[in-house]
Design a protein around this ligand. Structure first.
Ligand code: C5P
Length: 399
């Protein structure tokens, strides 16, 4: 475990503890800056092992210190990873013991960045993170929240338990598939808002979480990801291109523009089925009338329209249904819209589907159906991509 300089360095003591509780042996390497935040003695005491800090080992025992440190290690974790260390790792600089260990290490590497929001969002850091991803490094995205400098935004070290989850996923071979490398995945996310007047709209409860999870999963599997998003209030992630499309009409235009270049479309957004025929210019004045009737018209079904235009794209639709007949309606949707996969979820289940962190889905594919138990939206996303990827492959081999 590499520890670099930052306020979050103290949290790596927790990471170390949890790893040990799960039965892993941990050796720690620190940068000199990290030592200004937490003493090496704490890591030495907890790990029960010598902590590496200096590039040059003991003059009394000559050897190749960075190679000795790596010996017998199954995985390298850097948590927290500072902007500086990330930059050195991306460029291949070997100026510290930690970065020398990284260059010399042959196994999987997990990096959990932590830094101030401006540093995290700087184009240089974005480039370096993209380079690390392309080099096969597994990223544990920082979280959004209140940072040590008082700013609110992305950059806070992921929770120690999530970092350990990521490490164990990699060790178990559950992470690291780059089976979508070279593919472009277009994902719609969020819920559209259809204006009634200049300030009011007809909207829905979609949070965008499922679309966000799909985008991150597809990116981590190597895809180029474009998210057409409607009114999602979640932090944007690196390595993903976002197009804003707040209304059904804007979403239709954006999806049509992006569709020809994609290999897979996942239409996850809750697109309004009806919109007010005329949106009033200003704000409607309630003193003018006791009741308001808004005439609504149907919007274009984007998924059905794109399905008629498709050349060799794989199409995935969602069906948020209420109640027991929902599954049958979702099956019907797959046929009617002529898409490859429909993901059914029961919008009546508390805490699942809209807004929640979990979902309960049934993946209705061309050959089979998979009814899955309740799981995180990220896990749902992985299962949806597992089902869709072979179809992309089949189309590619046909071409
Ligand atoms: O017919 P229903 O709205 O239930 O179908 C849901 C699926 O169709 C979702 O994938 C949704 O994104 C898509 N849809 C669409 N355009 C609309 C309405 C829904 O693409 N106007």
């Amino acid at each position: 475990m590499g520890v670099t300089g930052g306020i979050a360095a103290y949290k790596s003591l927790d990471v170390l503890r949890i790893l040990q509780r799960h039965g892993h042996g941990v050796s720690v390497v620190m940068t000199h800056t990290a030592e200004r935040f937490v003493g090496s003695a704490s890591f030495a005491a907890l790990s029960g092992r010598e902590v590496g800090t200096a590039l040059f080992g003991d003059a009394e025992q000559p050897g190749y210190h960075h190679l000795d440190v790596n010996d017998g290690m199954d995985l390298m974790l850097v948590a927290p990873a500072s902007a500086n260390t990330i930059s050195q790792m991306a460029s291949g600089a070997a100026s510290s013991l930690l970065t020398s260990c990284y260059l010399a290490f042959r196994g999987p590497v997990v990096v959990a960045p932590a830094m101030n929001t401006s540093m995290w969002l700087h184009p240089a850091t974005e480039r370096n993170i993209a380079t690390l991803r392309a080099d096969g490094v597994h990223l544990v995205e920082p979280e959004s929240g209140l940072l040590a400098d008082g700013a609110v935004g992305p950059g806070r070290l992921a929770e120690p338990a999530s970092i350990v989850d990521a490490v164990e996923a990699v060790l178990a071979g559950r992470a690291g598939t780059r089976d979508l490398a070279g593919r472009t995945v277009l994902i719609s996310a969020g819920g559209t808002r259809e204006p009634i007047d200049a300030v009011r709209y007809v909207g829905n409860r979609s949070s965008g979480r499922m679309g966000w999870a799909l985008a991150a999963a597809a990116r981590d599997r190597g895809a180029d990801v474009v998210v057409v998003q409607a009114n999602v209030d979640l932090p944007r992630e690196q390595g993903i291109r976002y197009v804003d499309a707040p209304t059904a009409a804007a979403m239709r235009d954006a999806c049509r523009a992006e569709f020809p270049a994609c290999d897979m479309l996942i239409m996850c957004a809750a697109v309004a089925d009806y919109r007010p025929v005329d949106a009033a210019d200003g704000k409607l004045d309630k003193s003018k009338a006791d009741a308001l009737t808004v005439e609504m018209e149907r919007t274009t079904d984007i998924l059905a329209e794109l399905s008629a235009l498709r050349e060799d794209q794989v199409l995935v639709g969602f069906a948020a249904e209420h109640g027991p007949e929902g599954l049958e309606r979702a099956r019907g949707k797959r046929a009617r819209k002529a898409v490859d996969i429909v993901v059914h979820n029961d919008a009546a289940v508390e805490g699942a589907a809209f807004e929640g962190a979990d979902n309960i889905i049934t993946i209705i594919g061309p050959e089979s159906e998979q009814a899955l138990p309740r799981m995180s939206k990220r896990d749902c996303a992985e299962r949806i991509l597992d089902a869709a990827r072979p179809l992309v492959e089949a189309l590619a081999s046909r071409a």
